[in-house]
Design a protein around this ligand. Structure first.
Ligand SMILES: [Zn+2]
Length: 759
C-alpha cells in the first residue's frame, strides 16, 4: 500500500511539472537562441518525454494495484490442503432438525465412501505413467502449473467454446488434485487463479510422489467410484498392483469423462481412449514397441456389471435420495454444467445441505411403506406400486416415500418425484373448478346438467359424438341427465359436468390458468383441450410432488409455494450458494381458496363423497380422489389444517389395477397418514371474513327466499353472491306442496325450466 501511495504522489508531481514548473522554463530560456526548428524539436521532445513518463507511471500504478489485488486474492485463496487427511475435505453432509430443533446428520455422501486408499509403492510404475503421460506430460518438471499448457489451453478454450462449447483441459495433475480436494468447481478465471495458487502451494509442501499418490487416490472413475484401488476392484476385481499395462491404460482412459468413458458406461469409447493412452506411453518411452502392440490386443477381462450384487447396508432413505437429486439439478442451473458434472461436484465437493425434513414423520411413513398390510388386506403376488409425499403450507417437503417394500438401494427410482402419471379426476379442482370459482364463472350452487357434451368425432369427420360419461362402481359408463349443484358435481366427481365447466371456461383459458397458477412443469400444448383438462388425460401426466404442491392453495388461503427438499446449500468455503426463497404466488384469492376448501370438504364429508374413507374423527380432511382411464392410476390428494399430502398407486408399466386388490386411495391415505394428521396442532383452516354464507334454494341454486326449499348453506365470494330466488315465490301454496313431497322427484322439470330461462 505504502508503495503505491508513494508512486501516486510522484505522478501528481510530474504532472504538475510538465505544465508549469520552473525546470522546463529554465531549459527554454537557455535554448531560446537556438532557432525555431530546434525550438520545435525541443517542444516535441518535451512532450514525448512527458508522455513516456506518464505512461510509465500509469503502468506502475496499474501494476502495483494489480499486485496488491493478486496478493489479496492469493491470501483469500489460501486453504489448508492436508494430503494426509483427505476424506473430510470432500464429503457432502445432509442435515435436518429433529423435534427438539437439534441438528441431525441425515447422510454424508462422498466418493470416499467407496475409496480404498493405497500407498504409492503399491501402484505399479506403468500405471503411474499411464496417468502422468495422459493427464500431465510435464508433471515431473513443472512447479504445479504448466504455463505453456495453461496458455495454450486458454487459447484452445476460447476456440473450443466457440466451436464445440466443450471443455478443454490445461490443468496439471496438481491442479486437478486441488480441484478434487476442494470441490471448487466454479467456472471462470477466478477459480483458475485460486487453483494455480493452491497448486503452487501444494508443490512447496509435498513431493511429486505424494501429489501423484493423492491424485490417484481421489480421482473419479464413474458413479461414486473414486481412487485407483476402488476402480481396479470394480472393473477388474483385482488389486491395483496386479493391473496389466492394458488394464492400467483402460483406467487412465476414464478421468477425462468418468461417467461416459468408463468401460461399464461405454466399452467402445473406453477402448478408443485406452489406445490413445497407450500411444502416449509409447511416445514418452514408458513402454516398448512390443509392449504397446501386445497391450492393444490384450483382452481386458472387465467384470460384467450385471453380475455384481447390490450391497444393502447404508441404504439412504427416500428423502435423502430426493434431496441429492434436487440439489444436483439446481447445481446444474447454478454452475451451468450437465448432470454428470453437477453430480461429481456434489459427491466430490464438501457441500453442506440443510433440509426441512420431519425426521420422525419420514420414519413413520417409510415404516408404513415397508408394511404390505398398509396397502391390502391380502398378500398379493403382483402388487401395484405406490408413493406418498407430504408438505407443510410453505412448500417444505416433510416426508416422502417412493415405493412399496424394502428399498433396493440408494438413489433408486422415486415415484413421488420421478414418475409422471395421469391425474384422472384429481385434476378437476385445478383446471375447471378453481377456474370457475376464481373468475366468478360459477358459484357453490350453480347448476350443471349431468349429460355428455357434443365434441368433434375424430373417426367421422364433420360429425360429432357424445362425450364423456361417468365412472360408476359397477364399471358401467353412465350419466343421469339430472342437474347438479357445483358442490354435488365435485363430490360425485362427475366427468360430464367437469367437461361442461371446462367447455364454458374454454380449454385454452383453463389450460393457461392451470399452467400459471399451479406451476406444473410437465404440461404440453396438446393439453389445452377438453379431455386433458376435464378428466385428466394429459399428454405426459404429472408428478405426485407437483400435484400435492398445487393443492396447498386449497389449505392456505390460495398461496402457491414451490415445493422444496432443501432450505439452503453451502459450498465448501461455507458460502450459501443455493437458498430456497419462500416467495409465494397468490394463485387464487383467499375467498376462492375458502370456497374451494369447502367444496373439497364435501368430497370427504358429503353423502356421496368419493373420499369418505379419509374422514378422521377430530381433524378436518378436504381432498380429491382421482382415477385415470381403465383404473391405471389412483390418487388421493388431501389437505388437513397442518399438512398437504398425496398418495398414488398403480403399476409402473401402466396395467389396470384390479378393483378390490388394494384399498381405495382415500382409505390408503388414511392408513398411511391418518395418525400423523390427527396429531397435527393447527385447529382449523384459515378463516375468511368476507365470505358470504347463505342458504341456497334447492330448486334454483340462487339465494333462498322465505318460500324456497333449501338443502343447506352455500359459501359465496363477496364478488359473486347469487341473486335471491324469486321463482319459488310466485305460488307460495304450490311451493309448500312441493316442499312436503320429496323434492327430488320434482327437481328435474323445475331445473329444465330454470335452465331454459336462464341459459
Ligand atoms: Zn327458490
Amino acid at each position: 500500500m505504502a508503495n503505491s501511495d508513494k508512486k501516486k504522489n510522484t505522478a501528481a508531481h510530474v504532472a504538475a511539472d510538465s505544465k508549469a514548473s520552473a525546470q522546463p522554463k529554465k531549459k527554454r530560456k537557455k535554448r531560446k537562441k537556438a532557432g525555431p526548428i530546434r525550438k520545435t524539436l525541443t517542444v516535441i521532445g518535451t512532450v514525448l518525454l512527458s508522455l513516456i513518463l506518464v505512461c510509465i507511471i500509469t503502468c506502475s500504478i496499474i501494476a502495483a494495484t494489480l499486485t496488491v489485488y493478486v496478493m489479496q486474492f492469493r491470501e483469500s485463496s489460501t486453504i489448508d490442503l492436508d494430503l494426509n487427511n483427505l476424506d473430510l475435505a470432500y464429503t457432502t453432509f445432509i442435515y435436518g432438525y429433529d423435534e427438539n430443533s437439534e441438528l441431525v446428520e441425515l447422510a454424508s455422501i462422498s466418493k470416499s465412501a467407496d475409496r480404498i486408499p493405497v500407498s504409492i509403492d503399491k501402484i505399479p510404475q506403468h500405471v503411474r505413467d499411464a496417468f502422468v503421460y495422459t493427464e500431465d506430460e510435464r508433471f515431473y518438471e513443472h512447479d504445479g502449473v504448466d504455463w505453456r499448457r495453461t496458455f495454450s489451453a486458454f487459447v484452445n478454450e476460447i476456440l473450443n467454446q466457440a466451436l464445440y462449447g466443450g471443455k478443454q483441459g490445461g490443468s496439471t495433475i496438481t491442479q486437478q488434485l486441488v480441484k478434487n480436494i476442494t470441490g471448487d468447481d466454479d467456472v471462470g478465471w477466478e477459480r483458475k487463479m485460486r487453483e494455480i495458487f493452491r497448486a503452487s502451494d501444494l508443490e512447496k509442501y509435498y513431493s511429486k510422489d505424494d501429489i501423484l499418490c493423492a491424485y490417484l487416490n481421489t480421482i473419479g472413475f464413474g458413479g461414486s467410484t473414486a481412487g485407483i484401488q476402488a476402480a481396479s476392484l470394480k472393473y477388474f476385481g483385482k488389486d491395483v498392483c496386479e493391473l496389466t499395462i492394458a488394464q492400467g491404460a483402460c483406467l487412465a482412459a476414464i478421468p477425462q469423462s468418468p461417467n461416459t468413458l468408463n468401460p461399464w458406461a461405454d466399452a467402445e469409447a473406453n477402448k478408443e481412449r485406452q489406445e490413445v493412452v497407450l500411444g502416449l506411453m509409447l511416445k514418452n518411452g514408458a513402454i516398448s514397441e512390443s509392449e504397446y502392440e501386445a497391450a492393444l490386443v490384450e483382452d481386458l477381462e472387465i467384470i460384467d456389471p450385471d453380475a455384481v450384487a447390490l450391497e444393502d447396508d447404508d441404504i439412504q432413505n427416500w428423502y435423502v435420495d430426493m434431496v441429492i437429486r434436487d440439489v444436483i439439478y439446481d447445481l446444474m442451473d447454478y454452475y451451468g454444467v450437465d448432470y454428470d458434472d453437477a453430480s461429481d461436484m456434489l459427491y466430490d465437493g464438501g457441500y453442506t445441505i440443510y433440509t426441512p425434513i420431519d425426521i420422525e414423520m419420514q420414519e413413520e411413513i417409510e415404516a408404513k411403506f415397508k408394511d404390505y398390510t398398509t396397502f391390502s388386506s391380502e398378500v398379493l403376488t403382483d402388487p401395484p406400486q405406490s408413493c406418498f409425499i407430504v408438505m407443510d403450507y410453505t412448500g417444505n417437503i416433510l416426508a416422502v416415500a417412493g415405493g412399496v417394500g424394502e428399498k433396493a438401494g440408494s438413489n433408486v427410482w422415486n415415484r413421488a418425484t420421478m414418475s409422471t402419471r395421469q391425474p384422472g379426476s384429481s385434476i378437476k379442482p385445478l383446471a375447471g373448478y378453481s377456474y370457475g370459482i376464481e373468475t366468478d364463472m360459477m358459484t357453490w350452487s350453480s347448476l350443471y346438467q349431468d349429460m355428455p357434451i357434443e365434441i368433434p368425432d375424430e373417426d367421422n369427420p364433420g360429425q360429432t359424438r357424445s362425450w364423456p360419461t361417468n365412472y360408476s362402481s359397477t364399471g358401467n359408463m353412465t350419466y343421469s341427465g339430472s342437474y347438479y349443484f357445483v358442490f354435488q358435481a365435485l363430490q360425485r366427481s362427475l366427468n360430464t359436468i367437469s367437461a361442461r365447466i371446462v367447455q364454458e371456461a374454454t380449454p385454452s383459458k383453463a389450460f393457461e390458468f392451470m399452467q400459471n397458477k399451479y406451476q406444473f412443469t410437465t404440461l404440453s400444448a396438446y393439453d389445452a383441450d377438453l379431455a386433458p383438462l376435464s378428466v385428466g388425460a394429459l399428454t405426459n401426466g404429472v408428478y405426485l410432488r407437483e400435484m400435492v404442491a398445487a393443492y396447498q392453495v386449497f389449505g392456505n388461503g390460495g398461496k402457491y409455494f414451490s415445493p422444496t427438499s432443501y432450505t439452503y446449500v453451502l459450498d465448501p468455503s461455507g458460502e450459501v450458494i443455493l437458498q430456497h426463497t419462500y416467495t409465494p404466488i397468490q394463485s387464487i384469492s383467499e375467498e376462492s381458496a375458502y370456497v374451494m376448501n369447502k367444496l373439497l370438504q364435501q368430497v370427504v364429508e358429503g353423502p356421496n363423497g368419493t373420499g369418505r374413507a379419509a374422514q378422521l374423527e377430530s381433524t378436518t380432511v378436504v381432498g380429491k380422489t382421482g382415477t385415470s382411464q381403465n383404473w391405471v392410476d389412483q390418487w388421493f390428494i388431501a389437505c388437513t389444517p397442518d399438512y398437504v399430502s398425496g398418495v398414488w398407486y398403480g403399476y409402473d408399466d401402466n396395467r389396470t389395477v384390479k378393483t378390490g386388490t388394494y384399498y381405495g386411495t382415500a382409505q390408503l391415505w388414511k392408513n398411511i397418514f391418518g395418525d400423523i394428521a390427527k396429531a397435527g396442532t393447527t385447529e382449523s383452516f384459515p378463516e375468511c371474513d368476507t365470505i358470504v354464507e347463505k342458504y341456497y334454494c334447492s330448486n334454483t341454486g340462487l339465494i333462498a327466499s322465505g318460500s324456497c326449499p333449501t338443502g343447506g348453506i352455500g359459501y359465496y365470494k363477496s364478488s359473486n353472491v347469487p341473486a335471491v330466488c324469486t321463482s319459488c315465490s310466485y305460488s307460495s301454496s304450490t311451493a309448500e306442496e312441493s316442499d312436503a313431497e320429496s323434492a327430488l322427484n320434482e327437481t328435474d322439470s323445475i331445473f329444465t325450466a330454470y335452465y331454459s330461462i336462464n341459459s
